[in-house]
Design a protein around this ligand. Structure first.
Ligand code: UDX
Ligand code: ADP
Length: 483
């Protein structure tokens, strides 16, 4: 089937019957599953160069999907094979689709110009070139990945210079889903943002995408803007959210010195309706694939446009986050009599937040790195993260920091499927992820199995400190006096 969509012949809005999404990751997979569920009349094909990932999406065992999200497997079960397909045949999927979502990864550049700051757009560029090479008609291209402002312009340049025969209309449709609540965020988003070119064809493309979302989103929640506003809004939204966490984490350090309690302060300020209560939970530091990357991107843009004061302002959000993670690790070492060498430190949680198996930029990795420098033994339990992932994360972290002696250090990391085994004979417990199940562990039994004094460092403020102190633990929590 060849989808020949000709913009010049479209009256108002191209009709979309087939969608392709390039990139079957944390964004592409769940987003397309929900789109397929809500638009049974549209064929949705998700493609990826990673055949293992595609096989996992096609697995008969729905517990083996590559992305864990509450509610996701039920949707994939309902739609896969009906109008949702996962494939490695990228070229056919591009040809057969009128609308192509680009949902590939855009990590921070780790080489050359902009190293450590700018987004690495090589995967995006590869997609654009592929689309231009194999397209058989006009296409609407939707940027789903978070991208620096004006990427749409680069995309257009590549597409049009590779293929002058067809018209490509670029839309920016940033994803605001948060991992762990992705399905709900996609089913009932606060808003859907669509940026498009201002000419008639650009607006027709915008309307085509609006038409898809109208299948389940009320029209008042769909905002259309110029393309650059949409691109910048995504970076700004993540920067604001991360800034709130760094703000409350900065206050947590002051609380520990003064005797104030950070949760009480957060509650008190959050009840001011101008401030609001969300994203004020003090923690060992934010993680995830977006916050740090997007802020670095924003900082890079500001420097590029010669706005050093603005760049410094946003960079401080990251600096406080680094400080918070290091502060937490340092506290563990200091409290364990200034050395953790040869001591068993049990980690509860490795994911960057609960209800996801994603570990990108997780605070756990940074805290483990600091403790390993002091030759601690790290014993990890996470209900959703595999041992392979944990070891791989540490290996990357050590390599990035120029530490090549991974084989030696890997002897110091142990991963368990049972929390009690991870905690047995530990010198200290560090809570790195706020999984609900940690609250109801058999803490009396755990206390008996540990070296004394039995320390708990609650990096998420989820445990009942009063009860645990009565049991005998020495408990330290972020933003509470005593840490
Ligand atoms: C974020 C944005 O929320 C989402 O809109 C965007 O599309 C992608 O980036 P995500 O990274 O999945 O989503 O998770 P989020 O819930 O925002 O949490 C990010 C990090 O901040 C986690 O490590 C979390 O534990 C931490 N966090 C969050 C806090 O430490 N305190 C809070 O109050 C909230
Ligand atoms: P995100 O959180 O943004 O979804 P992920 O890393 O989870 O990021 O997913 C991005 C996916 O994009 C990966 O599965 C990767 O293999 C895929 N990908 C990257 N480049 C290409 C490409 N040129 N063609 C197809 N898939 C790609």
């Amino acid at each position: 089937m060849n989808r020949d969509m000709n913009f010049k012949n479209q009256a108002k809005q191209p009709v979309i019957s087939s969608i392709c999404c390039i990139g079957a990751g944390y964004v592409g997979g769940p987003t397309m599953a929900v789109m397929a569920k809500k638009c049974p009349h549209i064929k949705v094909t998700v493609v990826d160069t990673n055949s293992k990932r595609i096989d996992e999406w096609n697995s008969d065992d729905f517990d083996k999907l590559p992305v864990y999200e509450p509610g996701l497997k039920e949707i994939v079960c309902e739609t896969r094979g009906r109008n949702l397909f996962f494939s490695t045949d990228i070229d056919s999927a591009i040809c057969n689709a009128e609308m192509i979502f680009i949902s590939v990864n855009t990590p921070t550049k780790d080489y050359g110009l902009g190293r450590g700051m700018a987004a690495d757009l090589k995967y995006i560029e590869l997609c654009a070139r592929r689309i231009a090479q194999v397209s058989n008609g006009d296409k609407i291209i939707v940027e789903k990945s978070t991208l620096p402002v004006r990427t749409a312009e680069s995309l257009k340049t590549i597409l049009e210079s590779e293929d002058a025969r067809h018209t490509f209309k670029i839309l920016s449709n940033p994803e605001f889903l948060a991992e762990g609540t992705a399905v709900n965020d996609l089913l009932e988003p606060d808003r859907v943002l669509i940026g498009g070119e201002q000419d008639e064809q650009g607006q027709a493309a915008v309307n085509a995408l609006v038409g898809i979302y109208l299948n389940w989103i009320p029209s008042e929640k769909i905002i259309t803007t110029r393309i650059w506003s949409s691109e910048l809004s995504k970076l700004t939204a993540n920067a604001f959210l991360a800034q709130r966490i760094s703000s409350v984490n900065a206050i947590s350090a002051l609380c520990e010195k003064t005797g104030a309690d950070v949760d009480e302060v957060a509650k008190a300020i959050g009840m001011d309706s101008r401030i609001g209560h969300k994203f004020l939970k003090s923690s060992v530091g934010f993680g995830g694939s977006c916050f740090q990357k997007d802020i670095l991107n924003l900082v890079y843009l500001c420097r590029h446009f010669n706005l050093p004061e603005v760049a410094d302002y946003w960079e401080s959000v990251i600096k406080i986050n680094d400080y918070q993670r290091k502060r937490f690790a340092k506290q563990i070492i200091e409290d364990l009599f200034n050395t953790v060498s040869g001591k068993k430190i049990a980690f509860l949680g490795w994911a960057f937040k609960k209800d996801t198996n994603d570990t990108r930029e997780s605070a756990a990795i940074y805290v483990a790195y600091e403790l390993l420098q002091d030759r601690a033994e790290i014993h990890v339990y996470d209900p959703k993260v595999s041992a392979q992932q944990i070891i791989g994360d540490m290996k990357n972290m050590l390599q990035q920091n120029g530490n090549q002696s991974f084989d030696e250090i890997s002897q110091l990391i142990h991963v368990y499927n049972d929390p009690c085994e991870a905690l047995d004979k530990a010198h200290a417990i560090a809570v790195l992820t706020e999984w609900d199940e940690f609250k109801t562990l058999d803490w009396e039994k755990i206390y008996r199995s540990m070296y004394k004094p039995a320390f708990i460092f609650d990096g998420r403020n989820i445990l009942d400190a009063t009860m645990l102190r009565k049991t005998g633990f020495v408990i330290k929590a972020v933003g509470k006096q005593g840490i």
